[in-house]
Ligand binder design. Structure first.
Ligand code: ZN
Length: 417
C-alpha cells in the first residue's frame, strides 16, 4: 500500500479527476456521451490488465475466442435476451432487409460457437472466454466516468458443463480465479469487495425465467457452495439474471456508490433455448449446463476502481510510465540515453526528461505523474557508470548499476507487487 493510498481524500481519488490529470482517458461530445477514448497511458494500463487476465485464464484451461460486436436481432430473440434487455439495447441497424444489433452481451455468440460441431462429454467442461466489447444504452443522467458507460469490454466467459455437479465445481473455480486476480490487483476481501447471492423473484414471471423448482434448487446450490468455501455473503432478492441466480462480487467507488464488479451466474434457461447438447459416456445425447462468469469484470469499471484504490499511483507492473530518467545537466544526457535504451531493451516503460528544469523541479514533475521509479544521473553517477535510484514509495535507494537496475525492476514487474 502506497503513501498516496493512505493520504488521498475521496475527491483526490475520483477516477474522473485523476483520469484527466494523469492523461489516462477522455470523453468527446462529438464522439458521443459514455464512450471513453483511451489515451496512450490509460491504454497501456488496460492492456497490462488484459494481458494478465488472458494469460491467467489460458493457464486455467479457458479457450479464448473472438466473436463479432454485432449480430442479427434473431440471435437475441432466440436467447431470450431481447425482451428483457430491449431498453438497454441500441436500435437495430438495417442492412439488406436484415436487422443487426450492437451486442449487449456475449452469451449467445458463444453458444452458437459451441454448436458448430458435435461435442462429447470429453470436451466438457468447455470454458469459452473472450474480452468482448459490449454496447448498452444508459440514460445520459446515469453515465458516470468509467463506472457507467455505453460501451465497455467485459472479461467474459461461458462454461459449458456436463452436469449440475460440474457446473457447481466450475463456479467454485471461477470464484478461485476472481479471488486470485483480486489478490494480484491488491483488492482485499471485506475491505474492497464482498459477496452477494443475487436471487430471483418467483412472483415476477415477466422479469425471470419461469421454473420455480429450478430456481429453488439453483439458489440452494449457490448457497451451499458459498458455505463450503467459508465465504460470507449477503442475500439479495430480485437481483438475479433473468435466466438464473448469481454470486456477485460487489465493490464501492471512492464516493461510496456500490456496483457489481464481477459475477458468476447459473443459467436455467439457455441450455434449453439453444439445445446445448453433448454425447454422454453411454453414447446418448445429454443436455448441458451453463455457467456465465466475468473474471475481472468490465475493464472500464475495474480501471475506475483501481485508479481510485491507488489514487493513480499504480503498482509498477501497471504503471503507464515505470521509470523516469532525470539527467541533472546536458553533460549527462548521453549516458542517460544509454540507460534509457537498456531499460527499453528489457521492455520496461521509460521516459527521459530532457527539459532544462532544475533537478528539484524534474523530481516534482515525475512525482505528480506518480511514476514509481526515478533515476537521477549527475557527475558522480556518470563517473561510476551507475544511477541513483529513487522510489516513489520508499524514497532514495542509493546507487545501482544498469544491470542491477534492470534485474530488480524485471523481478518486481514479474511478481506484480
Ligand atoms: Zn453470459
Amino acid at each position: 500500500m502506497s503513501e498516496q493510498e493512505h493520504s488521498a481524500s475521496a475527491a483526490d481519488r475520483d477516477h474522473k479527476k485523476l483520469g484527466k490529470e494523469l492523461e489516462l482517458f477522455t470523453f468527446s461530445d462529438t464522439v458521443g456521451k459514455g464512450l471513453p477514448l483511451w489515451l496512450p497511458k490509460g491504454a497501456t494500463v488496460r492492456r497490462e490488465l488484459e494481458r494478465f487476465i488472458v494469460d491467467e485464464e489460458i493457464r486455467r484451461g479457458y479457450l479464448h475466442v473472438r466473436t463479432p460486436d454485432v449480430a442479427k436481432l434473431e440471435l437475441y430473440e432466440k436467447s431470450g435476451h431481447y425482451p428483457h434487455y430491449k431498453d438497454s439495447m441500441y436500435a437495430p441497424i438495417e442492412v439488406d432487409d436484415e436487422k443487426f444489433m450492437l451486442r449487449p452481451m456475449t452469451c449467445p455468440h458463444h453458444f452458437e460457437l459451441y454448436l458448430t460441431k458435435p461435442r462429447s462429454y470429453r470436451d466438457l467442461p468447455m470454458r469459452i472466454a473472450e474480452l468482448a466489447q459490449l454496447y448498452r444504452y444508459e440514460q445520459s443522467g446515469e453515465l458516470m466516468g468509467l463506472l457507467r458507460v455505453r460501451s465497455f469490454c467485459l472479461s467474459d466467459a461461458h462454461i459449458i458443463c456436463k452436469d449440475e455437479e460440474q457446473a457447481v465445481e466450475e463456479m467454485g473455480l471461477a470464484l478461485d480465479l476472481i479471488e486470485y486476480a483480486n489478490g494480484i490487483l491488491g483488492l482485499e476481501y471485506g475491505k474492497d469487495y464482498w459477496y452477494r447471492l443475487s436471487q430471483g423473484d418467483r412472483e415476477n414471471t415477466e422479469k425471470y425465467y419461469k421454473d420455480d423448482a429450478g430456481w429453488e434448487k439453483a439458489e440452494g446450490l449457490l448457497r451451499t457452495l458459498m458455505h463450503k468455501r467459508g465465504a460470507e455473503f449477503i442475500e439479495a432478492k430480485d437481483e438475479a439474471a433473468f435466466y438464473g441466480p448469481k454470486i456477485d462480487v460487489q465493490m464501492k467507488n471512492a464516493n461510496g456508490k456500490e456496483d457489481t464488479a464481477f459475477t458468476v451466474q447459473y443459467d436455467l434457461s439457455s441450455p434449453q433455448r439453444f439445445e446445448l447438447d453433448y454425447t454422454g459416456e453411454d453414447g446418448k445425447k445429454q443436455r448441458a449446463f451453463v455457467v456465465h462468469r466475468s473474471s475481472i469484470g468490465s475493464i472500464e469499471r475495474t480501471m475506475a476502481f483501481l485508479i481510485e484504490k491507488y489514487a493513480g499511483a499504480f503498482p509498477l507492473w501497471l504503471s503507464p510510465v515505470q521509470v523516469k530518467v532525470l539527467p541533472i545537466g546536458e553533460a549527462h544526457f548521453l549516458y542517460a540515453t544509454e540507460v534509457m535504451d537498456a531499460l527499453k531493451e528489457a521492455n520496461i516503460r521509460v521516459e527521459l526528461d530532457v527539459t532544462d528544469e532544475t533537478l528539484g523541479k524534474k523530481i516534482r514533475n515525475a512525482k505528480t505523474e506518480k511514476v514509481p521509479y526515478l533515476l537521477v544521473i549527475g557527475d558522480k553517477e556518470l563517473a561510476e557508470k551507475k544511477v541513483t535510484l529513487e522510489s516513489r514509495d520508499a524514497g532514495n535507494l542509493g546507487m545501482v548499476s544498469k544491470d542491477e537496475l534492470v534485474e530488480r525492476l524485471l523481478g518486481e514487474i514479474k511478481n506484480k507487487k
